[in-house]
Ligand binder design. Structure first.
Ligand code: FUB
Length: 509
């Protein structure tokens, strides 16, 4: 933890000293610019990586900082501003509010969508869609705003949309801008199941023509719905897009590879989709290549499991890996939190107690029962975390297969594996609280705990992750959410405090 933080700070310092950098083409065998480039398995400090309802994240690297520009995911009438987020390590994020406001776009009224950032000749461009036009009779479409600084404010460059009409059936939304190695800029865009590519002139605010004289070239791949995205790796052009409906669970991302920026694009496979244990509606992605490396991340939005409102979308990122032949491995939405970002976004608290994320750990304190839960739903799982019972009063540990938070004497229905002053306990919580097994432990400041739950077999490991300390067969709870819990025995004097760190949950293998 402190080592990781030191590395992150060192990398941040190197980035700040580095010359201005825009995204470069990484590729197989690309050298790492520095050993401290953000080389994470996922958002190690937790997904969503920033707080709030946001969608359609697009990324850029400006002057050594990573920038994310998302849609503000609210009802259309309230989608009237864009915020941005920046970071030097992909862990600590700074929010930049209102980088573009609809009041500064004379032709736009609502539905400010899917900002696409790009830098050229010292100017920062932000392409956006507005008004969600349903026909050529309406005013709206794709516009472009410009600023002298990454954080804006961005101002509408044209006073009118750059693409105000439907072409080849494509609704003018969901644009992505890509500048090829020869300097030619392309815009990929389109909703309503049609995708076009257009050329942008060097001024970045007017459309050019393709070699055949056309302006709008249709490139719609099989199953395309919206959310086009272009990147280049190893000399190949990767088109990604979203399939399914964005308000539903099956929103997902697929891709094609071509030798040319204008296709043809033949659909290869799905890359990202819902995981009923983690999140639904995962789609509308962007891709980040750490400059000078072959490290790639997919940024996307998704809907937390317990949310049903279409606009309740959050932004997340995960690692994206390539096979030797250049195809993309399916992305795993991982559940990690090392609390290094100083927040507990996505955690939901129950019971009586206080929770705080500070000093790179998550701390709960209570004289009764305090439960903090992730919005997950695993059945067979492998759950690890560092757990520390600070004053050896009460207990602190991992809750799993949890339902009905707030109920029963233990504060939930489900299982709990926790540290006590003497050792470790596995309990079953429900209408009553039942001890299933206990073992003594040599006291340590912090224990690495692991729960392995496969069917009715529940195993609890402490420090030695090869040999379970407790093994129990119990069929009461088959699935549920997961979290951490602190509990205090009545009249114990000091308020029990539990500290948690480096938490990871994955399906059992
Ligand atoms: O966020 C508004 C719209 O929802 C986007 O433009 C679509 O891609 C979908 O994500």
């Amino acid at each position: 933890m402190s080592r990781l933080r030191t590395l992150a700070l060192l990398f941040a310092a190197l980035l700040l000293l580095a010359p201005a950098a825009t995204a470069v083409e990484g590729g197989p065998g690309a050298e790492r610019a520095t050993a401290d480039a953000p080389d994470h398995r996922t958002a190690e400090a937790g997904n969503p990586f920033v707080d709030g309802w946001y969608a359609d994240p697009d990324v850029a690297v400006y002057e050594g900082r990573y920038w994310v520009f998302p849609t503000t995911s609210r009802p259309y009438e309230e989608q009237t501003r864009l915020d941005a987020f920046s970071s030097t390590d992909l862990v600590h994020w700074t929010k930049h509010e209102r980088v573009l406001e609809i009041d500064d776009i004379p032709w736009a009224e609502r539905a400010l969508w899917a900002p696409a950032p790009v830098e050229r000749n010292g100017k920062y461009y932000l392409y956006f869609a507005a008004n969600d036009i349903q026909s050529d009779d309406e005013v709206g479409g794709i516009g472009v705003a410009v600023s002298d600084r990454p954080e804006g404010p961005y101002r509408d460059a044209l006073g009118e949309p750059l693409i105000p009409k439907f072409h080849n059936g494509a609704q003018p939304i969901d644009q992505d801008v890509f500048i090829d190695d020869d300097g030619q800029a392309y815009m990929y865009y389109g909703g309503w199941e049609h995708a076009n590519v257009v050329r942008l002139n060097p001024d970045m605010t007017s459309l050019g023509t393709h070699p055949d004289g056309s302006v709008f070239k249709e490139i719609t791949p099989e199953n395309y719905v919206e959310g086009s995205l272009m990147f280049k790796r190893g000399g190949k052009y990767y088109l990604m897009w979203s399939e399914g409906g964005w308000t539903g669970p099956d929103y997902s991302v697929s891709y094609a590879i071509s030798d040319s920026p204008t296709g043809p694009f033949e659909r290869l496979d799905k890359v990202l989709q819902q995981d009923p244990a983690v999140a639904r509606g995962s789609g509308h992605n962007s891709v980040l290549n750490i400059p000078g490396t072959d490290i790639w991340y997919i940024f996307y939005h998704r809907r937390p499991l317990s949310e049903t409102d279409g606009n309740h979308r959050v932004v997340a990122y995960d690692r994206m890996h390539f096979r030797d032949d250049g195809t993309i491995e399916p992305v795993t939405m991982r559940v990690h939190d090392n609390f290094d970002d100083g927040d507990a976004v996505g955690w939901r608290n129950h019971g009586d107690g206080t929770w705080s994320a500070a000093d790179d750990t998550y701390t709960g304190s209570t004289a009764a029962t305090a439960l903090s839960l992730q919005d997950t739903d695993f059945s067979d799982l492998d759950y690890e975390a560092d757990v520390s019972l600070r004053n050896r009063r009460g207990g602190a540990g991992l809750a799993f297969r949890v339902t009905e938070p707030g109920s029963g004497p233990g504060g939930f229905h489900g299982y709990y594996a926790g540290l006590t002053r003497d050792g470790v306990v596995l309990r079953k919580e429900g209408e009553t609280s039942t001890t299933l097994a206990t073992a003594r432990l040599r006291p340590k400041d912090t224990h690495r705990m692991k729960v392995e739950a496969v069917g009715s077999t529940l195993k609890v490991y402490v420090d030695d992750l090869d040999e379970p300390k407790l093994t129990v067969m119990d069929t009461t709870y088959a699935s549920g959410t997961n979290g951490v819990r602190v509990n205090g025995p009545e009249g114990a004097g000091a308020t029990p405090t539990g500290r948690f760190d480096n938490l990871a949950i994955r399906p059992a293998e």
